[in-house]
Design a protein around this ligand. Sequence first.
Ligand code: AMP
Ligand code: TRP
Length: 331
Amino acid sequence: MAISLSGIKPTGKLTLGNYIGALRNFKAMQEDYENFIFIADLHALTLPIDPIELKTNTLDIVAFYLAAGLDPEKTTIFLQSDVSEHSELNSIIQNYLYMGELSRMTQFKDKSRKLNDSAIGLGLFAYPALMCADIILYNADIVPVGEDQKQHVELCRNLVHRFNTRYGKEIFKMPEPVIPKVGARIMSLSDPTKKMSKSDPKGDIFLKDDLNIIRKKIMSAVTDTGNEILFDKENKPGISNLLTIYSALKNKTIEESVQEFSNLHQYGEFKKMVANAVLDELGPFQTRYKEIISNRKYINEVLEKGAIRAKKIAHKTLIKVKKTVGLYVHE
Ligand code: AMP
Ligand code: TRP
């Protein structure tokens, strides 16, 4: 069975963008792939974070995974920091990535621009190296992510090629990023030219927002002055974003949704339908989340079992890499 792997880092509050761009697709993979889904808690340390917040976010994401329908019998759910092989492999493969290519990463440029040079941590710069270790430890064939993570997976593909060429064999499998056809980049409701991002609360729908608040946020989403419901990212970014949200949640193509609304010349009515689609999805999701988050024993069990399963595979890869590069491994 082919292998799918992905993760989310536990910083900030998860948004509808995370749900549509990532979470939902993690669940879709578990039927057809051997599925590894983790919480990238080591990655969360790449920018300063309060320890209590980190822990709370981590538990929340486990509960979100389960509430989104990940089944621990089918998907290995674990914490990155529980499997020390991630850090060990990272310290080997970071030598095969170059400063030049790391400094061209959009995420690094965006995040470091907001900081003083003296406050940019080495981990933020080396972020994609650890992410690559995450992927190759499990021989992932596919990596379902939103658009913003594609560049990191592509860098990992370069590393795989470089490493395999250097050692003359197929040590690592070549991973493929899988980006959703609809919803790879959900935009902010207050500024539809910006990504909906968990570190920027304006215009975000948070997965834990009260349902009434979610409805209000959608009803007051920024649109244009027209009244036609058309997909045109340039001239109608707000309406296009709402069409994307609606289509993704209803499993429709954009064309199908545009067709559905072709006789509706009222943004207000359209927004109501988008809000209903979001609430139909997030209402039951929130109920499941609340049940799971109050059952800490269950969460612990899932993580313990997941870490054992993940470690078995990760350890095998690490030994293989150590042997390949010439580190002494006791036989
Ligand atoms: P992050 O919030 O950056 O940790 O991202 C976690 C996952 O959600 C990654 O796969 C992202 O690509 C995806 N993601 C984050 N924000 C969005 C968004 N606004 N639209 C679609 N996918 C997103
Ligand atoms: N960088 C990803 C994010 O911010 C999280 C992540 C870490 C990840 N390691 C990964 C995603 C490996 C896919 C595969 O969302």
